[in-house]
Design a binder for this molecule. Structure first.
Ligand code: SAH
Ligand code: SF4
Ligand code: F3S
Length: 445
């Protein structure tokens, strides 16, 4: 019998951006395990650092350059001691501006895009031998998923599973179609097999991921049908999916919300704006009333459904009236939670060259007003939980001894006193108090 190879090298991955990057980071760690890499929490002692980057807004993209700078002393210390810390930039910034990274940060050893990370072991081997940068930001014909090893790393109670990637929607503000490429859906069989594997490794909740997850299609399988198949896996308690597009909410998906007990009644459905003029300029391909109708249908199918959304304030050409229409939509729908951003002009996207850009001060004021309303709605939603019983999936120890923290169906963090045996189980909790960022409660026995 051969002993498993002892990890001899340390890998640190820093993940920015969306959940798909979180999933990709986990898969990169899987890929590097056979090379003897084990993950470490700190960059300073790592032999390989991967920055898995996000290009969605300017601020997110710029962070990578300051992080590269911050790693300089540790890399020099390692070199002075006769070693080497390899530095890789992965993800959407690498895809969008690989050449610029090479020019601005020549010390980077590897630059790789989201569609080529299955070739990472080979890139690492090459970078170890040479001192010139290894750059691979192709959109290869082969699907990387076919080259990824089966995961061996325990995913924790709640796991992510990418089922679809890329986007063909081309919203005029967004870089994703350029950084992730065309829509691609993984075969349903491979997804169900990976879901089973995650459950074997201890996952009780799976979030199905895609940039446009409800555009998922594999022959007869749309997202609704896929959810039904995944729900049959014994031991799996909860299913979620993100991010979906209003245009791709079909009957099958709404029926899945009605019928599938394991599908959580919480849906992130970005709307971006409540003004039809702006939605059109964004190329969202739906109106504000289309969105209202979809929400009504979902709530009819699943009356306890709550919604989350994304908003952009200050898109080019947004007038006070357009912004008021967004506020009106927020009041009509009442969101449990939301993300909102100032419009950020992104290189290469159509909205960047639109004439009527909104001044930053106006964007900031609108974002402020919008966030005020959304925060009030979120607090009202959380307050309404107090006094109610909620099913909580316990994930890990809380801050205090004897306490665990888990998630409600609506992804609210819930603290309760319970023994460690409750980790990975769903238990009813009576919510007794509302904290700043979480709920507190007692297990109902
Ligand atoms: N695929 C998802 C979201 C992708 S990006 C969807 O279709 O909704 C996540 C969020 O970032 C978007 O919903 C949008 O609100 C925000 N975003 C994207 N590009 C942006 C930009 N240029 N400026 C500001 N916010 C942006
Ligand atoms: Fe970007 Fe629009 Fe595609 Fe979402 S649907 S990823 S916002 S282009
Ligand atoms: Fe960012 Fe790329 Fe995700 S741009 S939001 S990491 S798809």
């Amino acid at each position: 019998m051969t002993e498993p190879r002892q990890p001899s090298r340390k890998l640190h991955i820093k993940t920015y951006g969306c959940q798909m990057n979180v999933y990709d980071s986990a898969r990169m760690a899987d890929l590097l395990t056979p090379l003897g890499y084990a993950t470490t929490e700190t960059a300073e002692d790592a032999d390989l650092v991967i920055l898995n980057t996000c290009h969605i807004r300017e601020k997110a993209a710029e962070k990578v350059y300051s992080d590269i700078g911050r790693l300089r002393p540790a890399r020099e210390a390692k070199r002075d001691a006769g070693g080497r810390m390899l530095l890789a930039v992965a993800g959407c910034v690498a895809q969008a501006e690989g050449g610029e990274i090479k020019a601005r940060a020549p010390e980077v050893d590897i630059i790789l895009g989201p569609q080529t990370y299955h070739r990472l072991p080979e890139m690492v081997a090459r970078a170890s031998r040479q001192h010139a940068v290894v750059l691979d930001t192709d959109f290869p014909a082969e699907a990387k998923f076919d080259f990824l090893p089966e995961t061996n790393v325990a995913p924790g109670v709640s796991a992510f599973l990418s089922i679809q990637e890329g986007c063909d929607k081309f919203c005029t503000f967004c870089v994703v179609p350029y950084t992730r490429g065309a829509e691609y859906s993984r075969p349903a069989g491979a997804i169900v097999a990976e879901a089973r594997r995650l459950v074997e490794l201890g996952a009780r909740e799976i979030t199905l991921l895609g940039q446009n997850v409800n555009a998922y299609r594999d022959g007869e399988y749309g997202l609704g049908r896929l959810i039904r198949s995944v729900a049959e896996i014994p031991g799996l308690a909860r299913i979620r999916y993100t991010t979906s597009h209003p245009r791709d909410v079909d009957d099958e998906l709404i029926e899945a919300h009605r019928d599938v007990e394991k599908l959580m009644p919480f849906l992130h459905l970005p709307v971006q704006s409540g003004s039809d003029k702006i939605l059109d300029a964004m190329n969202r391909r739906h109106t504000a009333d289309d969105y209202r109708r979809i929400v009504d249908r979902l709530r009819t199918a699943r009356p306890d459904l709550a919604l989350s959304s994304d908003f952009i304030a200050g898109f080019p050409g947004e007038s006070d009236e357009d912004f008021d229409a967004t506020m009106a939509l927020v009041r009509d729908v009442a969101f449990a939670q939301a993300f909102s951003f100032k419009y950020s002009a992104r290189p290469g996207t159509p909205a960047t060259s639109m004439k009527n850009q909104v001044p930053d001060a106006v964007k900031a004021a609108r974002l402020d007003a919008l966030q005020g309303l959304l925060t009030a709605q979120q607090r009202a939603f959380n307050r309404a939980a107090v006094g109610r019983d909620m099913k909580v999936l316990f994930e890990k120890p809380g801050r205090h001894p004897g306490q665990l923290v888990g998630r409600s169906p609506y992804l609210q963090a819930v603290h309760a006193d319970a023994s460690d045996d409750f980790i990975g189980t769903v238990a009813p909790v009576r919510v007794t108090a509302l904290g700043a960022n979480s709920l507190a409660g007692e297990i109902v026995r």
